[in-house]
Design a binder for this molecule. Sequence first.
Ligand code: PDD
Length: 285
Amino acid sequence: MSRIAYVNGRYRDIRDASVNIEDRGYQFSDGVYEVCEVRGGKIVDLPRHMTRLQRSLRELQIAMPMQLTSLEAVIHEVTRRNRVTYGIVYLQVTRGVARRDHAFPAQAVRPAVVVTARSLNFDKNQETAARGIGVITIPENRWPRVDIKSVALLPNVLAKQQAREKGAYEAWFVDSDGHVTEGASSNAWIVTGDGKVVTRSADQGILAGVTRAVLRDVIASLQMSLEERPFTPAEAYGAAEAFVTASSQIVMPVVTIDSRPVADGKPGPVATRLREQFHRFSAFS
Ligand code: PDD
């Protein structure tokens, strides 16, 4: 079955789909994106993703490319046309096409929209979660506006590659104060010896993850205690558990950090329970 992409108003076979070479997303990374999980053919937590998309666009002074309801309809349609029951849908909005010049185009241009969807292997994802993943820590080298979900991901790409080369799955950035900010494509969490779940506050240094936001509700309703504060790699090495969150993997247990086992080196009960309970608290549409 051929894959279908939505590109600027049309549904195209992905092999024939193309964008203009003067799209500012291509030349300047001048755009934003969202990744939503698809489960049972439904989009998980779409309203939260749309709220964050609109915020990212506002911060960059890019107009919404179409009405929100139309955009949501496109997301559903791309998911349907690709027959994705479990997987992800990717949405990208860039400032649009203009002759190359760093400043915004003098005359407003239409923002460009691309939506794709693809199936993921559910069993493989579950197996990864049952095994747990390794992370490495590396110095933070991103711009301060990581709260904007921008397509400018070069530091994240290099961080992820460094992790892969070290046999790990994710890289955690560590800021100049010695605190973990977040992963290259996920938020970072630990569980303390006395059972407190810890993650950095979303005020600064991280992307306000949708999975992170939903997980706060999960934690509250399971009457677990949450501390929103920074933590160091040293605290993480000695933690009872660690995990990461992202739409594409929900709650993924971390079993090694910089090659040191976290506790007994197996996924812990808190991360496992949060992963199991997560979708009871998410919205499906
Ligand atoms: N990444 N932090 C970063 C830097 C991310 O790239 C992501 C998500 C998150 C988690 O956000 P959310 O829970 O809303 O997915 C945190 C997506 C999945 C990606 O780039 O593929």
